[in-house]
Design a protein around this ligand. Structure first.
Ligand SMILES: Cc1ncc(COP(=O)(O)O)c(C=O)c1O
Length: 400
């Protein structure tokens, strides 16, 4: 599918302050601008529920309209209201990374949530407690070693074995198939399946991403078959974030398999300019923006707005964002609450007090920078929602 409202990417001139390889994309402001911003304190997180709904539909189309095939990671969505919207659109299975995200998903009515981390100590106790408190939600975790399995014995918590996909962040080495089988056997009824997150596959070329992802899925399938050959049923195999989700669906070995295969993209719910560029072939739209105010004009062709890296995350590098409707503007290196922007010759320099709508480069930590989100519909603020899963739970939550 093509995205008609998106113009062809424009190549942006590089200088010492910004990534030399950055090329911008132009997203028109039409349909996103607020009619009245005079009573809004900036920087403000704007979420567009209609765009969220469209992004959910686009992802469902990628998984061939089978919601069972998608286990979205809610580290991006973060708002109980948006997780609830996903539940309403037929998604039951979720993934998360913190106990606060787990709580948010349980409260939103998720049927099945995987905390995609191997937790121990207080964190494990908290997960077991939440699993007790929400008996209608099937709660699971990851393990990668025998030492991590004992804590789950006698609990309601299911367990997936995390296999290192080559990302080298977590997981048991893919070469240790014998240990995977032993772990699965020791887990008994708690064993739910295998987890393979290939977040390192991020080539801008969809064909290259598919090639790399499919090579990995072939190696994963060999492990799955070995576990099955040992007489242990594998109920579920989870792969793929945003860049490789379509490759997970197109991998022939996952179609018609005995196990349920699920992909787990989460960024796609809001998108950022990284995902929009990677997924140009699909009908995705930005659904989370930061509204900023121009606060200074320190140079003839440079302005500064109030969206520093304490609002628009800088973890993915500079530029931290693009300005909606102004692909020609050049966001420079931010400080905590300041974002300088170079305005190229020929472009109108915005006035102090003007509003800018920023599409983040990395939306997940950007959402996490805000306590509240303004829900925008038809050019108006239709509501305010808490960013429920922002940050982490109280460290003494177990103390009562
Ligand atoms: C384990 C795991 N699964 C799924 C995802 C979702 O991937 P994406 O952000 O590309 O949508 C992430 C992202 O960090 C992750 O860590």
């Amino acid at each position: 599918m093509s995205r008609p409202e998106v113009e062809a990417p424009t190549v942006v001139r590089a200088n010492a302050n910004r990534s030399k390889t950055f090329s911008g994309m132009n997203f028109p402001l039409a349909g996103y601008a607020l009619e009245d911003t005079s009573r809004i304190v900036t920087p403000a997180l704007l979420i567009y529920p209609d765009a969220v709904a469209g992004n959910i539909r686009t992802t469902l189309a990628i998984v061939k309209n089978d919601p069972e095939r998608w286990r979205p990671h809610i580290k991006t969505a973060k708002l109980g209201a948006v997780v609830g919207q996903m539940v309403e659109q037929g998604i039951d299975n979720f993934k998360c990374a913190t106990t606060l995200e787990l709580l948010t998903a349980c409260r939103a009515g998720a049927a099945d949530v995987l905390l995609a981390l191997a937790v121990s100590g207080g964190n494990a106790r908290r997960v077991a407690k939440l699993a007790e408190e929400f008996p209608d939600t099937r709660v699971s975790v990851l393990v990668e070693s025998a030492a991590q399995t004992e804590v789950w014995r006698g609990t309601r918590v299911g367990v997936f074995i995390d296999v290192n996909s080559g990302m080298n962040r977590t997981g048991i080495s893919e070469a240790r198939t014998g240990d995977v089988i032993k772990l699965a056997r020791d887990l008994g009824a708690a064993f739910r399946g295998l987890h393979w997150y290939d977040g390192h596959i991020s080539s801008p070329s969809p064909a290259e991403r598919e090639k790399q992802a499919h090579e990995g899925y072939g190696r994963l399938l060999t492990i799955v078959h070995a576990v099955e050959a040992a007489g242990i049923p594998v109920a579920e195999v989870i792969t793929s974030g945003t860049p490789s989700a379509a490759s997970g669906v197109s991998y022939p070995g996952f179609t018609g398999a005995k196990f349920q295969h699920r992909v787990s993209p989460g960024t796609v719910v809001y998108n950022d300019f990284t995902s929009l560029r990677q997924l140009e072939a699909f009908d995705y739209r930005p659904a989370a923006l930061v509204l900023a105010t121009v606060i200074s004009q320190p140079l003839e062709r440079q302005i500064t707005c109030d969206a520093g890296h304490k609002s628009v995350s800088a973890d993915a590098g500079v530029p931290t964002c693009i300005v909606m409707g102004h692909a020609e503007y050049q966001p420079l290196k931010p400080s905590e609450e300041h974002l300088p922007i170079e305005i190229p010759p020929g472009a109108k320099v915005p006035a102090i007090g003007d509003k800018l709508y920023l599409i983040p480069r990395h939306v997940c930590p950007t959402v996490n920078n805000f306590d509240e989100a303004l829900m925008v519909r038809g050019g108006r603020v239709a509501g305010v929602e808490r960013v429920t899963a922002r940050g982490h739970e109280h460290p003494l939550v177990l103390a009562g």
